[in-house]
Design a protein around this ligand. Structure first.
Ligand SMILES: NC(=O)c1ccc[n+]([C@@H]2O[C@H](COP(=O)([O-])OP(=O)(O)OC[C@H]3O[C@@H](n4cnc5c(N)ncnc54)[C@H](OP(=O)(O)O)[C@@H]3O)[C@@H](O)[C@H]2O)c1
Length: 254
């Protein structure tokens, strides 16, 4: 039986990945705050022939993190997926202290700490670690400053972990989706995005499964997003920042 831990499995991309990976001989440990939604994900995992369990955990709560790590240290973790993330579609100068704390913790500090706290378990089990980042990690700019910054951090951190851990037989995959049709986007955009720019969480989940199977180191999900990253590299960053700001003002809620 293969144990798969998914942090942030209650909805959106994390839920879709849980369902994509659920099959016979796979046991999914579904982690996040929303127990009711996690139970729903568990039922569908079971319908797909896999088994699942729910672990309620608020990543902003120290006791919850401790309990999660204590539990995970006792089991064999074959795949560990850090998917939880938050976004505030606003300029840094308009953010409240609590929002700054949440985004830094959920997107950057907690994945760092969990990786460190579980390092020995990962080494022992040769765990396949997956970090769900974003194509935001390839850019910077106003409108969504801290989201860009935390996803940049997560990507750099994940690449470093890959380099450090590869000699120990630990595989690390970094996933960078673009816009995905989940609550994160719908709650933060004021205009409907064109369908060419937005993909489904199920599509992202399939790409994640394939990348795990092929033991890839990093993926950018979607052709348009690959192109954006490519042009982002060749267009001067100042110009790219200006274009992003204009787009953010049109699409993102304040
Ligand atoms: N949607 C996009 O366009 C897009 C694009 C690129 C990358 N991503 C990345 O993909 C990942 C998933 O995003 P999504 O679009 O699926 O968003 P979503 O539907 O809003 O789901 C976010 C997940 O994060 C969990 N989470 C948030 N705060 C948490 C906390 N304090 N403790 C525990 N879990 C917490 C939520 O669980 P609970 O609420 O149950 O706690 C939920 O399962 C994120 O890392 C995001 O940055 C998204």
């Amino acid at each position: 039986m293969e144990n798969i831990v998914i942090i942030g499995a209650s909805k959106g991309i994390g839920k879709a990945i849980s369902l994509e990976l659920a099959k016979k001989n796979k046991h999914i440990i579904l982690v996040s705050r929303d127990k009711e939604n996690l139970e729903k994900t568990k039922l569908v995992c079971e319908e797909k022939g896999g088994s699942a369990e729910v672990f309620k955990c608020d990543l902003l709560n120290e006791q919850d993190i401790k309990a999660l790590c204590e539990y995970l240290k006792r089991i064999k973790i074959d795949i560990f997926i850090y998917n939880s993330g938050v976004v505030y579609g606003k300029d840094f100068s308009n953010m409240k202290e609590e929002e700054i704390n949440n985004i830094l913790n959920v997107n950057a500090i907690v994945p760092t700490r969990l990786t460190h706290l579980l390092m020995e378990t990962f080494e022992k089990n040769k765990t396949h670690i997956v970090y769900i980042g974003s194509i935001a990690s390839y850019f910077f700019g106003p409108g969504c400053t801290l989201y860009f910054a935390t996803k940049n951090y997560l990507k750099t951190f994940a690449y470093g972990v890959y380099e450090e851990f590869k000699r120990k037989g630990i595989k690390v995959l970094t996933v960078s989706p673009g816009f995905v049709a989940t609550d994160m986007v719908f709650n933060n955009t004021k205009k409907e995005l064109g369908s060419a720019f937005i993909c489904t969480p199920e599509f992202v989940a399939k790409e994640v499964r394939k990348a795990i199977e092929k033991k890839k180191r990093k993926i950018i999900v979607g052709k348009i997003n690959k192109l954006m990253v490519f042009f982002g590299r060749i267009i001067p960053s100042k110009l790219f920042g200006k274009v992003f700001y204009k787009v953010a003002k049109v699409y993102l809620k304040e």
